[in-house]
Design a binder for this molecule. Structure first.
Ligand SMILES: *Cc1c(COP(=O)(O)O)cnc(C)c1O
Length: 388
């Protein structure tokens, strides 16, 4: 058996070996390390690398490459999109809309904007985590400037209907931002035909390196962001700073690989997800967080009513999974996302998130199923008094 069975792809994925090899050659002292802003030949070569990587990412998203701005990851893209668009449009109105089940990078940006005097409507999800479209229609106002709803939820895998949500935003002249950190490179995203104005993505959730992400900004009137950073003239001053050429090239290759094998990756993940769910759904007291119909199959989040998640996670080792949100693993608070879905504290606290992808094998899933069944049994024996 492997010493670690890694089933925490929603926190970060392994780097594809082809991407790792490209990174290695570009970081070599003899590689192309020049600053792409420089006008000398080495700089021009570096700029050409950036240009072709950007074309690959644009191809994956079917968008104009000029709409892409590089950032350090989806956290920064979310901050730039939301705070940047809200501030740019503040003279028109100060009403914004999002959901409490968004990633912290979105939730906490909106909370910061509330402290700046913006008025934020938090739309509660249905019990499966999805947005009820009529709630959005009722909440949107003449002074609404921005709506931010994620594509695939990082805790439950639930997929929001961004085409429908975006159509309502277009109709009401509000910008629509999508956090696509979990879906980019995994689900088809056709920006030429989707009513999306701003879209965040990050390389390390799609087999690329950590530390590089992008924000797509549509070329439409009224769609613009105020910068968060000030410095050189790079990236039309929307996000200045020397471009990390090796990371961008690696992101570009990860995007081109994702596009080339998206259908194959999806089939692989769906088969694994099916196997995993069939293996654990029969355990007494297991409930799925989210639903089976609208879920990205690479994330499976399950609760079990009488077993504590943190203990179960440790009992599963060396299978690596998450409880609640990985970003909150320092505290024992029940997941705010699962609480928003109406799960009580005990159920939310017992949640285990399995997430997997391109490099996961059938054996990994079999190991996880066995470990989950054995772990539940052992913890129930140890603490029978918690049983309902
Ligand atoms: C991982 C993640 C982020 C943060 O991305 P980083 O690149 O780590 O900053 C934001 N939103 C979602 C939905 C994510 O899954």
């Amino acid at each position: 058996m492997k010493d670690v069975v890694y089933l925490d792809y929603a926190a970060t994925t392994p780097v594809d070996p082809r991407v790792a090899e490209l990174l290695r050659t570009l970081n070599d002292p003899d590689g192309n390390f020049a600053n792409p802003s420089a006008v000398h030949i080495a700089g021009r070569r570096a700029a050409a690398i950036v240009e072709s990587a950007t074309a690959e990412i644009a191809r994956m998203l079917n968008c104009d490459p000029r709409g892409l701005v590089y950032t350090s990851g989806a956290t920064e893209s979310d901050n730039l999109a939301i705070a940047g668009a809200a501030r740019f449009r503040a003279h028109r109105g100060r009403h914004l809309i999002t959901m409490p089940t968004e990633h912290k990078a979105v939730v906490d940006t909106f909370k910061a904007l509330e402290r700046e005097g913006f008025d934020v409507t938090w739309l509660t999800p249905e019990s499966n985590g999805l947005l009820d479209i009529t709630r959005l229609e009722d909440a949107i106002r003449d002074d609404t400037q921005l709506v931010s709803i994620m594509h695939v939820n990082n805790e439950t895998g639930m997929i929001q209907d961004i085409a429908r949500i975006g159509a309502i935003c277009r109709d009401r002249d509000a910008l629509f931002h999508v956090d696509a950190a979990q879906s980019a490179g995994k689900l088809p995203i056709d920006l030429a035909n989707l009513p999306v104005d701003l879209l965040s993505l990050t390389a390390h959730k799609m087999y690329g390196p950590k530390g590089i992400g992008a924000l797509y900004i549509a070329d439409r009137p009224g769609c613009h962001v105020e910068p968060l950073l000030f410095g050189g003239g790079q990236q039309r001053r929307i996000r200045p700073g020397t471009l990390p050429v090796p990371l961008i090239a690696a992101f570009g290759l990860a995007a081109s690989l994702a596009r080339a094998q998206m259908a194959e990756d999806e089939r692989h993940v769906a088969a694994l997800g099916d196997r995993l769910w069939r293996g654990i759904r029969g355990v007494d007291g297991v409930t799925l967080n989210g639903d089976e119909q609208h879920r990205w199959p690479g994330i499976l989040n399950v609760s079990i009513h009488d077993v504590e998640g943190e203990s179960l996670m440790l009992a599963l080792e060396p299978v690596c999974v998450a409880t609640g949100s990985a970003c909150n693993s320092q505290n024992q608070e029940p997941s705010y996302v699962l609480r928003a879905l109406g799960r009580d504290d005990l159920l939310a606290q017992s949640a285990i998130r399995f997430s997997f992808g391109r490099m996961t094998t059938v054996e990994d899933i079999a190991t996880a199923v066995e470990a989950y069944r054995a772990g539940v049994k052992r913890l129930r024996r140890l603490a029978p008094e918690r049983a309902a």
